[in-house]
Design a protein around this ligand. Structure first.
Ligand code: GUN
Length: 306
């Protein structure tokens, strides 16, 4: 049963947090996209096409990009990775991005971040065609989101909102605290949750926030997007709150063949005893980011055709 606006957050019969299964929700979104792509192509349209740009040798980025391309193909979206060595110049990369923006068969363009230090990510993103910016990072799309206009919404924030919606976690009138002010997650998520329909009261915290624990304890929904393993501890959580962990941190683990394991920004084991809902890492927000990218790519293809 959906929570009513005047209900306390954690219903009394929950002993520990409900685990929000991002993998399952993402699978549903991906199934829907696949079905929509099938209808779209059966109507005589070309397969949507996503170009992913990967620069340098960052193993985490390479792994994310492989996941994005595999998921695209699984949904019936054509996808290619354009891979460049870390020594590509900023000008060369600008030319690549501009050229993709003009190619009629390309619906979506994603530049995997981070880029090497000698390349200014802002300049590269500014060169994206906003109508193909499926990551929603171009200032035109950021501005549209901030002002409540239709554009492309960055994939991780829309994945977070989709998880809340799917878990029937009410945002209207609720206090949301986001830790992290990045252009990829914190800022756009704050804009999105303030939109009509979501109607949350949003606080964005960062490294200079005073009394961070106190602020977090006021949150009905706490979103951790700081990139520091286990930063959010149990004493920062209001009993019954929904805790959404956006962090994906690699920490050393010699018991694994890879020598590392992935962990979130939240001390999951301790926090799940206090929270009403929690997302695991891996298997929470991460799979949603990919699913929403597919949704945005299909949307880009449709918008460019109409
Ligand atoms: N690096 C980490 N997450 C993302 C993302 O969602 N998009 C891009 N472009 N780069 C990322």
């Amino acid at each position: 049963m959906p929570l009513q606006a005047n209900q306390p957050y954690k219903p009394a019969f929950f002993e520990v947090a409900q685990i929000i299964d991002g993998k399952a929700v993402a699978a549903e979104v991906r199934r829907n996209v696949r079905a929509e792509v099938a209808v779209w192509t059966s109507e005589g349209h070309a397969q949507p096409y996503l170009a992913v740009i990967l620069v340098g040798e960052n193993p985490a980025s390479a792994s994310y990009v492989r996941g994005k391309i595999r998921a695209s193909q699984d949904a019936g979206i054509a996808g290619d990775t354009l891979t460049f060595g870390a020594n590509i110049t900023e000008q060369e990369l600008l030319d690549v991005v501009r050229d993709l923006g003009q190619q009629p068969n390309v619906d979506g363009i994603l530049v995997q971040l981070p880029l090497p230090d000698h390349i200014r990510a802002d300049r590269i993103i500014a060169e994206l065609n906003p109508d193909k910016d499926v990551d929603g990072l171009h200032v035109v799309n950021a501005g549209r989101l901030a002002t409540g206009q239709v554009g492309f919404i960055p994939c991780t924030p829309s994945g977070v909102v989709e998880l809340l919606r799917h878990s029937e976690i009410e945002t209207r009138g609720r206090r949301v605290v986001i830790i992290g002010r990045s252009n990829l997650v914190g800022r756009p998520l704050a804009s999105l949750l303030m939109h009509k329909g979501y109607d949350a009261t949003v606080t964005v915290c960062h490294s200079r926030t005073r009394n961070l624990s106190e602020v977090c304890r006021e949150a009905d929904i706490l979103v951790a997007a700081i990139g520091r393993a286990h930063f959010v501890s149990a004493d920062m959580i209001k009993p019954g709150a929904a805790v959404i962990d956006v962090g994906i941190n690699r920490i050393e683990d010699n018991s694994r063949p890879s020598g590392y394991r992935l962990t979130g920004d939240v001390d999951y084991e301790a926090v799940k005893e206090i929270a009403g809902w929690i997302t695991p890492v891996p298997g929470g927000v991460g799979p949603m980011t990919i699913a929403m990218l597919l949704q945005n790519t299909l949307l880009a293809a449709k918008r460019r055709t109409s």
